[in-house]
Write a protein that binds this ligand. Structure first.
Ligand code: B12
Ligand code: SF4
Length: 460
């Protein structure tokens, strides 16, 4: 049986990995969603993976089953692809975050929907497909054990087209409950860890030195994280991952991560306002400690990419400039700016449902305003998000950041990674023509009317 697995991409994300200049590839990694399915597939099925960020869908080839992974922003594209194959008589199954939260919507475009994780379910889907009766909702009864997971068959991806295909997952989920977060909603606030020896075995098998952990909160369980770091240390690899800033409260853990090869962490700072953080159940981020915690990570040779979100109910038009200044001041090495987005399945969606102004899921990509903000207009929020993105990645700011990094003890350790990341983000501002303006200044000088949809902005 021939099975086609597709990661859909639309708008600016479509073919992003094919851009040779400005690091279009830098943001291409993972595909563990589909590789996990491939890993779970028993013999007798021929698997092909197509990632629309780097390849075209083979519309005219014959397949016996099509599986599509789907985050919310990719849902419309996923549905178009699904509709096409079903018209040709090929059964389609949808899975991933969006179909998990809105299975009935997904079922309008698919023969079957996988709710939750594929482990323990995917084999049933394949068997049912083999007997021509794949249909309805497939739901794992309980969270599947992470013991004994098969190695992701990375050879199914064309490595040349990616920043790296060496993504590894040691833990799934996150014990925190930030109200905007799909991860905690998907995993119901749980965190599960793979056996350290199995993770290390997988890492040993990777070629070259660099890899990444796609975990959402790698250090959430201290004992596990320490054990993992100790086991990784002898391998001499270097890696990046994601964590909360709480990690930096713990010098021993930071040092262990550094010695294990950690050179960078994505950390969800989200905001410099305590009340904004509390409003989304992220009060454990203590703003007064940002500077010292970042310094601790830096002192151990770990660079910091901060996640920043705009659009909280406490955010007014002045939040953009003050955030930009504070980011510079505390020495953040890179940022990923997002607009607060009420994603289906999250508590934030229920809270903002009456203020939602945009129902096209492709706009739910963190870079478009899809609801009415409380203390500014949607246009101001969009403009401010774009403006901070552009300003932070001005070439002179990048050069200043990298120069400071070079002078910092341990700074050279993360230089290559930080330079590549900054260059890639700069490239994105150019390619996607991100401009915006500072709404704080405009609201002080003159009122600006206009149509938000005409403003240049990120995303597809
Ligand atoms: C790596 C990653 C990326 C990579 C690669 C994405 C990819 N296609 O592989 C890149 C950098 C490209 C990326 C980009 C974006 N991402 Co992203 N990404 C992730 C991250 C950190 C890890 C994904 C992963 O590998 N998970 C590990 C696998 C094993 O888990 P899984 O995906 O849940 O898959 C399991 C089940 O869901 C299920 N399953 C999944 N697909 C399918 C399909 C079928 C047929 C079946 C049966 C089962 C099934 O089985 C799998 C095994 O159990 C997640 C966070 C997370 N925890 O998932 C965010 C995440 C998925 N991304 C997110 C977002 C918003 C984006 C962007 C839209 C915006 C942005 N952040 O810039 C872009 C746009 C991408 C696009 N339009 O193409 C959100 C999605 C929220 C939502 N509800 O939709 C997440 C959850 C991050 C977050 N905390 O909010 N991302
Ligand atoms: S700490 Fe991060 S991964 Fe965990 S719930 Fe909050 S936003 Fe989600």
């Amino acid at each position: 049986m021939k099975v086609l697995l597709i990661a859909p991409a639309s708008g600016n994300w479509h073919h992003v990995g094919q851009q040779r200049i400005f690091g279009g590839k830098t943001f291409r990694f993972s595909l563990l969603s589909l590789l996990s399915l491939a890993a779970e597939t028993p013999p007798g099925f021929e698997i092909r993976i197509v990632d629309e960020q780097v390849q075209d869908v083979p519309w005219n080839e014959h397949f016996d089953l099509v599986g599509i992974t789907c985050m919310t922003a990719a849902a419309p594209r996923a549905y178009d692809i699904a509709d096409h194959f079903r018209t040709c008589g090929v059964p389609v199954v949808l899975g991933g975050m969006h179909p998990t939260f809105l299975p009935d919507e997904a079922l309008q475009h698919a023969d079957a929907v996988c709710v939750g994780e594929a482990e323990g379910v995917w084999r049933h889907i394949l068997e049912d497909a083999r007997h021509g009766k794949v249909s309805g909702i497939y739901r794992a009864d309980e969270q599947h054990t992470l013991v004994g997971l098969h190695m992701p068959p990375r050879a199914l991806l064309d490595a040349r087209r990616y920043g790296t295909i060496q993504s590894v997952q040691a833990t799934r989920g996150c014990p925190n409950r930030c109200s905007f977060c799909s991860v905690s909603a998907f995993h119901k606030g749980s965190l599960r860890c793979r056996p350290v020896e199995e993770v290390v075995c997988e890492v040993k098998d990777l070629s070259g030195r660099f890899f990444m952990f796609v975990d959402d909160s790698l250090t959430a369980e201290r004992g596990y994280a320490l054990e993992l770091c100790q086991a990784l240390k002898p391998l001499g690899k270097i890696w990046i991952s994601q964590s909360t800033l709480e990690m930096a409260d713990d010098e021993e853990l930071v040092q262990a991560a550094s010695e294990a090869g950690c050179i960078g962490m994505f950390v969800g700072l989200e905001s410099f306002s305590e009340s904004s953080l509390r409003s989304v159940d992220k009060g454990f981020n203590r703003v007064a400690e940002y500077r010292d915690r970042i310094a601790t990570l830096h002192a151990n040779g770990i660079g910091v990419e901060a996640g920043i979100v705009f659009g909280f109910d406490t955010d007014g038009p002045n939040v953009f400039r003050s955030t930009l200044e504070l980011l510079d001041e505390i020495g953040i090495d890179a940022i990923q700016v997002s607009v607060l987005t009420p994603l289906p399945g999250t508590p934030m969606f229920d809270r903002l449902v009456s203020r939602i102004s945009e129902h096209d899921w492709s706009r739910y990509d963190y870079h478009h305003v899809v609801f009415r903000p409380a203390r500014m207009t949607a246009e101001q929020l969009q403009a401010g998000h774009d403006w901070v993105t552009r300003e932070f990645y001005r070439p002179w700011r990048i050069a200043r950041r990298l120069a400071r990094m070079a002078l910092r003890p341990g700074g050279m350790r993360m230089m290559k990674y930080a330079a590549a990341l900054n260059a890639a983000y700069y490239g994105r501002t150019v390619r996607w023509d991100i401009r915006g303006y500072d709404p704080g200044v405009r609201s002080r000088t003159h009122a600006h009317g206009g149509d938000v949809s005409r403003l240049p902005s990120l995303g597809g």
